[in-house]
Design a protein around this ligand. Structure first.
Ligand code: FAD
Ligand code: DHB
Length: 393
């Protein structure tokens, strides 16, 4: 068995783990990452696309913002579509000048991986059978197998950034953790294509056939989503079928403007609301999807992972620098206060925009009334915009 030693052991090299590693390194805190998959596999997952300003600021602080500023698209608003009409939501006017940046999670991950490699920081990819130990005492660590070699990493703290299916949350004794979960009876079928976006702003649409999101990665790359029943498989959807269904759910001008092309990727994501409480167990912290999942409507998942990492990096840097434990003590409560508000917003926006199969007519009428209220009331629009651009950290 080979033994390694670090200050903070990070489990998972997704955006949360990589960003935490970079922020700690900048402050002189040693860290090592164990990742179950290969780097290429991590980069192949197409996920989120919208960054709140506080996430952009944190990426700058980590020193990885250059390409995001050069290639990311700053959006000052989005469009809400229902009854065959689009309504502009002017985020900047409604929030005193705030905006969001469209820049794919894949690119964020890429930039963080490059920075980690340039700094010579250690990431063990393809780490199998990761097992945590000792986080309820003073000498935590993990054991795993890499290329048939058994490795033990000893550390001061463990950061569980290993997503919803990771080992960190699963290592906590069941009587020490509470989980809250809601699973939605539909999924999102996503398609990525090298075609110009149908509109220069994102379109969130409610249609009787289902929700639609028109998003983008650049001026030449589009990302579209369709609400589909959970029984569907991505393989049942030819590109032609996808484009025809999308066109049916758009307003006439957008349907006419839609440029179609071969898909680069197509996949179905289930929708769930999930929170695990608390987020610290002795010397183990949970951050990002390891602790919570939001349904994607409103693009909060990646941004919440970033705000957890902000609080966690501050807590650990404070601990090592000033020997103050306050940030560590308050980590869980600070995170959860922001998380529950983002959970509420994502749940609300999901319910508003997705018709349920066999929805009673009264529900459809109530949702329609709420949408009409939203686009005609400054107060309602401002509340939505405030949440969309991101609540304060
Ligand atoms: P992850 O990105 O899940 O990273 C966790 C890492 O830990 C992974 O690399 C994983 O391989 C690794 N890992 C897991 N188990 C172990 C283990 N036992 N040992 C070592 N490593 C391990 N959000 C949006 O805002 N918009 C979207 O459109 C959107 N689409 C999504 C689609 C899908 C299919 C999923 C799953 C999520 C989506 N999200 C979306 C959410 C967003 O992508 C996540 O919130 C974000 O990835 C969270 O980052 P993370 O680093 O916490 O977790
Ligand atoms: C994207 C995903 C979202 O969930 C969202 O609300 C906006 C954009 C995207 O993948 O581009």
């Amino acid at each position: 068995m080979r033994t390694l030693r670090t200050q903070v052991l990070i489990i998972g090299a997704g955006p949360a783990g990589l960003l935490l590693g970079q922020l700690l390194h900048k402050a002189g805190v040693a860290n090592l990452i164990l990742e179950r998959q290969t780097g290429d596999y991590v980069l192949g997952r197409i996920r989120a696309g919208v960054l709140e300003q506080t996430t952009v600021d944190l990426l700058d602080e980590a020193g990885v913002g250059a390409r995001m500023h050069a290639e990311g698209l700053v959006h000052h608003g989005f469009e809400l579509m229902f009854d065959g009409q689009r309504h502009h939501i002017d985020l900047s006017r409604l929030t005193g000048g705030k905006s969001v940046t469209v820049y794919g999670q894949t690119e964020v991950t890429h930039d963080l991986m490059d920075a980690r490699a340039a700094a010579g920081l250690q990431t063990l990819y393809s780490a199998a059978d990761v097992e945590l130990f000792g986080f309820d005492g003073d000498r935590p660590g993990a054991r795993c197998t890499v290329d048939d070699e058994r490795i033990e990493v000893q550390c001061d703290y463990i950061a569980g950034c290993d997503g919803y299916h990771g080992v960190s949350r699963a290592s906590v004794p069941v009587d020490a953790i509470r989980t809250h979960e809601k699973v939605y009876p539909f999924g999102w079928l996503g398609l990525l294509s090298d075609t110009p976006p149908v509109s220069h702003e994102l379109i969130y649409g409610r249609h009787e056939r289902g929700f639609t999101l028109c998003s983008m990665r650049s001026a030449t790359r589009s990302r579209y989503y369709l609400q589909v029943p959970l029984t569907e498989q991505a393989s049942d959807w030819s590109d032609e079928r996808f484009w025809a269904e999308l066109r049916r759910r758009l307003d006439p001008a957008a349907a006419a403007a839609l440029v179609t092309g071969p898909s680069l990727e197509k996949s179905i994501a289930p929708l769930r609301s999930f929170v695990a409480e608390p987020m610290r167990f002795g010397r183990l912290f949970l951050a990002g999807d390891a602790a919570h999942i939001v349904p994607p409507t409103g693009a909060k998942g990646l941004n919440l992972a970033a705000s957890d990492v902000r609080y966690l990096s501050q807590a650990l840097i404070e601990h090592y620098g000033e020997r103050s434990g306050a940030g560590i003590q308050h980590y869980s409560a600070r995170c959860l206060s922001r998380i529950w508000k983002a959970e509420r917003f994502s749940w609300w926006f999901t319910g508003l925009m997705h018709p349920l199969p066999h929805e009673p007519e009264i529900d459809a009428k109530l949702h329609r009334a709420e949408l009409e209220y939203l686009v005609t009331s400054e107060a309602a629009m401002a509340a939505m915009a405030e949440n969309y651009v991101g609540l304060p950290v």
